[in-house]
Design a protein around this ligand. Structure first.
Ligand code: HAM
Length: 427
């Protein structure tokens, strides 16, 4: 039997794991500032959660879910995204009773049986946020502002663009679909195979197809969704755009953005980059005012988005954005020379860890040279050295690993250290 990971799945090893967690905490820190709290939802749900939530005609439900029958005869699917599961949980736990507005965020692995390529995996991580209970365009604006701040704090705002659109309500969209079908049917043969099928199942998706042929056919459509928007949808969009301008959030209105999930109403948006090839969306979302009810809950407007963590990490790497590179500067190596110094080194390491520092030590008695090599390898910025000499005089030596400078200090000074910053004051 071949023991290998599944095609399109990925292991994440150190230091990538550290980068992943840093990216996550940088993002969730912003979410918390906007009053969002965490929810965890199962990776496996009844398949109906997704077919009802995302829509039967979506690519995800039709082609991309990992679905199987359990021993008990239930059809279940691995989550392809977070929104449907969060809505299910929102309803099942009656969260709508607890407060008029509920703000939730989640993170974790999602699964889609897509063709793997750079930036597209079959298992990938998302961090998402969902706001329930407000129909106000200011809620859309807040959600987008939160996404934009998360992107900005990652140092990526110069490398991405925010594009948005309104796709109106289902009725408005139906009228638009009809016009699209009428316009595109005579040109059906020029569309890619996928879009030829979409013409009857999901014609809106033809607008965001990336193949050259479809782009050409759709480039001269003489109308847009905006021609079909109701007064109410138009006002919603105008108020959102006004608010984004007030907040100085740079956006571009793009009527081609339709999104691949059925639950959206009115606002839809994407954050894209030109640095990741065709898998250019690092985050996406929109408003979904009908989904809670469609899934059996009370009428509850909602708006949210999800960020693709691997794509964000790829973008950080490609753009050389170092803000969130692993916290190696936090590492201190405690080096001991000789058996007697080992016990003292263990205590020092323990004390420094309690002060919040990341500390590396050597378990065995190894030479100074070998321990120095290790300190360099782990990326330590300081080494605390306890040798026989230091032990006799109740001292420790501190070495700045970058400059090579070394000085001795009384051992009790370590106890007074407030944190990593204090090392910098010493050397
Ligand atoms: P989505 O556009 O399907 O939306 O996914 C959101 C983000 O997840 C994408 O922009 C992308 O960064 C990442 N992503 C999607 N598929 C893959 C893949 N195969 N490999 C790597 N990254 C991927 C949703 O999932 C909605 N639930 C967003 C939402 C939340 N709308 C409202 N609330």
């Amino acid at each position: 039997m071949k023991i290998a990971r599944l095609h399109g799945f990925k292991d994440i090893c150190y230091p990538e794991t550290e980068k992943l967690r840093l990216v996550e905490s940088s993002i969730t820190d912003v979410f918390k500032r906007f009053g969002f709290s965490e929810i965890t939802i199962p990776i496996l749900e009844l398949s109906g959660v997704y077919s009802t939530g995302l829509g039967d005609t979506t690519d995800i439900v039709q082609k991309e879910m990992y679905t199987f029958e359990t021993k008990g005869g239930e059809w279940v699917s691995m989550r392809p995204e977070g929104t449907a599961g969060v809505v299910r949980a929102f309803i099942e736990n009656s969260l709508y009773r607890k407060s008029p507005v509920t703000k939730l965020y989640y993170s974790g692995e999602m699964f889609r049986y897509e063709k793997p390529q750079e930036g597209r995996q079959r298992s990938f991580n998302q961090i998402g946020a969902e706001l329930f209970g407000s129909r106000d365009p200011l809620a859309d604006s807040d959600i987008i502002a939160m996404l934009w701040l998360a992107i900005t704090e990652l140092g990526l705002s110069d490398h991405v663009k925010l594009e948005l659109n309104s796709i109106g309500k289902p009725l408005e969209r139906e009228r638009y679909k009809e016009s699209l079908i009428e316009f595109l049917s005579p040109k059906k043969d020029s569309l890619c195979e996928n879009c030829q099928n979409r013409l009857s199942t999901n014609p809106l998706r033809i607008l965001d197809c990336k193949t050259g042929a479809c782009r050409e056919v759709t480039s001269d459509i003489p109308f847009s969704i905006h021609d079909h928007l109701s007064e109410q949808s138009r006002e919603h969009l105008d108020a959102l755009l006004f608010s984004l301008r007030e907040k100085s959030i740079p956006y571009r209105l793009n009527h081609r953005i339709v999104r691949g999930l059925d639950y959206y109403t009115d606002t839809v948006f994407e954050v894209t980059t030109d640095k990741l090839g065709s898998q250019n969306a690092v985050a996406a979302g929109g408003r979904y005012d009908l989904l809670v009810e469609r899934m059996g809950g009370p009428q509850t407007p909602a708006v949210g988005f999800a960020m693709g963590v691997e794509r964000i990490m790829l973008l950080l790497e490609k753009t050389g954005t170092r803000r969130n590179s692993p916290g190696k500067k936090q590492i201190v190596c405690v080096i001991h020379i000789g058996e007697n110094a080992r016990g003292v080194a263990v205590k020092i390491a323990d004390g420094l860890r309690k002060k919040g520092l990341r500390v590396e030590t050597e378990y065995e008695n190894k030479s100074l040279k070998s321990q120095m090599r290790k300190a360099n390898r782990t990326g330590a910025t300081y080494s605390v050295i306890i040798g026989e000499d230091e032990l006799r005089k109740d001292l420790f030596s501190l070495r700045n690993m970058k400059t090579g400078e070394e000085k001795s200090f009384p051992l009790k000074k370590l106890a007074d250290l407030e944190g990593h910053g204090d090392f910098r004051k010493l050397l």
